[in-house]
Design a protein around this ligand. Structure first.
Ligand code: 2NE
Length: 276
């Protein structure tokens, strides 16, 4: 991670390939890959590492096994006030909904994040795939929100981004009725990018990653910024602004200001063109 701190990964598997693909796998198949605060903490660490590692160009998010991508928050870890870690003590015993932080982290990741979905992507797991930039679904994938059945909801991206993806009527249907939808339904609704046979999910995901890796990382970063900014308001503009500053810092004009300050002279910006 950026601060050099490491974490023991117990509920997540993190792998990086030499070609630039980082893979984050939720590893709780016995619970259909439901997440606890600990799972999310580990996923956030992996995302941080993938962001900071310049050799990583694409991140794949997936679940262990063929039965589930993620079944949302672990209901057995949900106490009276929210999700807590089992046998946790101290601050870890505090109820928290840190999956919202992970959603924002994926959204702000300056590299594409691809959800590779086999089996169930439901509840908070459905929202995780929605906030990913692309979703590749296996033909056994099942999508849906279960919150209204178990006394939960996501009134953030889980609702508003969904409406952007599939439209207001369909989003209301998904939340109010809490039905499940198969992969073909999801493709028709615009929830996923493609559907492939389960046996081909891993190879097809790699094909998409490699195609992205051949393209300009800066162009992709700015496109992601722009697509987010239309929806994310000031936070989206800040993210896009950060990318603009990053580029400006690499320019001669940006460096003239820095150098002049360090050299104790007036900056000379006269040599820089004012583009039409
Ligand atoms: C995912 C689904 C549809 C799978 O059904 P099935 O029949 O394939 O498996 P089964 O037998 O239900 O589940 C296998 C094991 O996984 C556990 C089950 O309890 C079962 O355990 P055992 O009986 O073998 O001991 N399991 C599955 N999902 C779990 C979960 N989320 N928490 C704890 N244990 C889970 C079916 O299992 C299902 O409907 N699961 C519940 C989905 C759900 O309601 N998720 C929470 C929604 S709320 C949420 O995620 C959320 C939010 O709405 C807003 C913000 C943040 C989070």
């Amino acid at each position: 991670a950026s601060d050099g701190a490491t974490i023991e990964l117990r509920e997540v598997i993190y792998e990086k390939s030499p070609e630039g693909i980082a893979r984050v796998t939720i590893n709780r198949p016995e619970k259909r890959n439901a997440f606890t605060p600990r799972t999310i903490k580990e996923m956030r660490w992996c995302m941080d590492d993938a962001r900071d590692d310049g050799s990583v160009g694409v991140i794949v998010l997936r679940g262990m096994g063929d039965l589930a991508f993620c079944s949302g928050g672990d209901q057995s870890a949900r106490g009276e006030g929210g999700y807590v870690d089992a046998k946790a003590g101290g601050s870890e015993h505090t109820p928290r909904l840190n999956v919202l932080d992970l959603q924002m982290q994926i959204r702000r990741m300056p590299k594409p994040v691809i959800a590779s979905v086999a089996g169930y992507a439901v509840g908070g797991g459905h929202i995780l795939h929605m906030v990913c930039d692309l979703t590749i679904a296996a033909d056994n994938a099942v999508f849906g929100q279960t919150g209204p059945k178990v006394g939960s909801f996501d009134a953030g991206y889980g609702s508003t981004h969904m409406a952007r993806l599939i439209g207001q009527k369909k989003a209301r249907e998904m939340w109010f009725l809490a039905r499940f939808y198969n992969a073909i339904d999801a493709l028709k609704m615009g929830l996923v990018n493609t559907v492939v046979p389960l046996a081909e999910l891993e190879t097809e995901t790699a094909v998409w990653c490699r195609e992205i890796l051949r393209n300009s990382p800066t162009a992709i970063r700015l496109c992601k910024n722009a697509l987010n900014a239309a929806e994310d308001g000031q936070a989206g503009i800040q993210d896009m602004g950060g990318s603009a500053t990053l580029l400006f810092y690499q320019s001669a004009e940006g460096n003239e200001g820095r150098r002049a300050f360090l050299e104790g002279r007036r900056p000379d910006f006269s040599k820089f063109q004012r583009f039409p």
